[in-house]
Ligand binder design. Sequence first.
Ligand SMILES: Nc1ncnc2c1ncn2[C@@H]1O[C@H](COP(=O)(O)OP(=O)(O)OP(=O)(O)O)[C@@H](O)[C@H]1O
Ligand SMILES: [Mg+2]
Length: 342
Amino acid sequence: MTQTTHQQEKLDVASDTVLDVRNLSTQFRTQAGVIKAVDNVSFNVKEGEVLAIVGESGCGKSVSALSVMRLVPTPPGEITDGQVLFGGQDLLQLRNEEMREVRGGQIGMIFQEPMTSLNPVMTIGAQIAESLMIHKGMSKEAALDRAEELLISVGVSDARLKMDDYPHQMSGGQRQRVMIAIAMSCEPKLLIADEATTALDVTVQAQILELLINVTQESRTALIIITHNLGIVARYANRVNVMYAGKLRESGSAIDVYKKSAHPYTVGLLGSVPNLMASTEGKLDSIEGEIPDLSNLPSGCAFEPRCTFAQDRCRTEDPSLQAVGAEHIAACWEAEKVQGSK
Ligand SMILES: Nc1ncnc2c1ncn2[C@@H]1O[C@H](COP(=O)(O)OP(=O)(O)OP(=O)(O)O)[C@@H](O)[C@H]1O
Ligand SMILES: [Mg+2]
């Protein structure tokens, strides 16, 4: 994209909207062809809101988050279209050094495997302090004091002692707590957690999620949870975005998406979670067939080959997102029938 940083037009975004993604498209040029990893996706998150992005592996969840953070590897990746409005500006128009300020300073991100994000040869205390020194301009002494407070706030016992530990000396759950402490240290307006609990055992997963919710709710930080775990989404999210083959296919309040699902794919995802509101484990492997090749998508609806509701029209015309309820949208020609079948 062109990097015009100056004179951005006044952007019309509701005052409590933290992030407003509009018509975002990101693709990868590979030998197999152009992969449309994120295709014309729009969504927003408000202050204090928890948005969940769900879908099977390879449907574009991480690339959506990486696009917001401008961390898509380029080449082969490229953000080809759209706007990422945050704090009154389009992040896609910022200079690289301006974007570095936003990253970690105003938007925090937590990934699945903290070992790859933490520095193996730096103590935990020094790593949290470093982030505070860079983004908050704190002195080393003040940053170390604050680092200890942060470790306590994310439930690390013996925080003073743990400050001197190296990442490999900690359990997976504790490392993830440290990542949350680092991500929250700069008081971001938005936190993105991409499969942040997937590598942990079920009990620890629930604890870390509770922690994420608690620390963000306290400061009204907007939270995006990217997950396969539908049970988690049901309990914590305000809104749920369902992605399939790079596209947003359904979006609504958690209750509407679960109780009044309008896309057969959502119904399929829910099929494997018998008691959603009580479950902590959801698997997305219950839908027959596989996700299509993103470099060679069919002309109609990408879900059609796997869909039990499919009609002739679905093979030739890709449905766009339509209202299926109040603040509830879905992209399916048979949405009414799908909702009626529940
Ligand atoms: N660096 C890359 N080069 C080429 N293709 C890529 C690259 N990164 C992602 N993709 C492709 O983009 C598509 C979306 O990938 P993405 O990582 O967003 O999926 P995901 O929904 O996060 O899946 P998972 O649940 O497995 O994390 C996939 O087809 C993937 O192969
Ligand atoms: Mg991913």
